[in-house]
Design a protein around this ligand. Structure first.
Ligand SMILES: Cc1cc2nc3c(=O)[nH]c(=O)nc-3n(C[C@H](O)[C@H](O)[C@H](O)COP(=O)(O)O)c2cc1C
Length: 165
């Protein structure tokens, strides 16, 4: 494939956007053209040949911008190679084992015939908005558990699948 890959994301505190940027960088290193866009600003996916969509996890669900993205573009997404990633666990679990998609994402994968999914660790740091975030931080649950080596390895696998003849 020589076309353009959309890497889109739903985020509240920005850490999923940084994962999306890292994914796009790896796709480019593999010779693909990649664009990163917040999920809420994507009007159409028709100009893209493949899509990678990710979201921060909030209360057991994907960030709402990313959920809406999957719903709004479902017909076009079902016709393109699609990979999904989640970012959430505020502990090392995602680096230690495969963390399955939350039920809503699992259903979306089946509906859209997605090629794969991965869960990466999350990040929660001082300054995050909302009382739950403040409570988690007060209870010492903050930190950056994103594993950019794992992000790179996964993105390279996506690139390999897309560039395979
Ligand atoms: C209110 C709140 C709820 C959360 N719920 C979950 C959850 O259900 N599962 C999970 O793995 N992580 C959960 N997290 C952790 C976030 O997914 C993590 O901080 C993620 O990196 C946020 O992404 P963002 O910075 O792109 O918004 C929660 C965090 C907050 C603040």
């Amino acid at each position: 494939m020589t076309g353009t890959v959309l890497v889109t994301y739903g985020t509240t505190n920005g850490s999923t956007a940084q994962i999306a940027t890292a994914v796009a960088d790896v796709l480019r290193e593999h010779g693909l053209t990649a664009e990163t866009r917040p999920a809420r600003s994507v009007e159409s996916v028709r100009s893209y040949d493949a899509v990678v969509a990710g979201a921060g996890l909030y209360a057991g669900r994907w960030h709402k911008d990313a959920r809406r993205f999957l719903r709004r573009h479902r017909r076009d997404l079902a016709q393109r190679p699609l990979w999904l990633f989640s970012s959430g666990p505020l502990d090392p679990s995602a680096s230690e084992r495969d963390v399955p998609p939350v039920p809503g994402v699992q259903k979306a994968m089946a509906r859209l015939d997605a090629r794969g999914h991965v869960t990466f660790g999350g990040r929660l740091e001082e300054g995050a908005g909302g009382w739950v975030a403040r409570m988690l931080l007060r209870n010492g649950k903050g930190g950056d558990f994103r594993d950019f080596t794992a992000v790179g390895t996964w993105a390279a696998r996506v690139a390999d699948e897309l560039t395979r003849v």
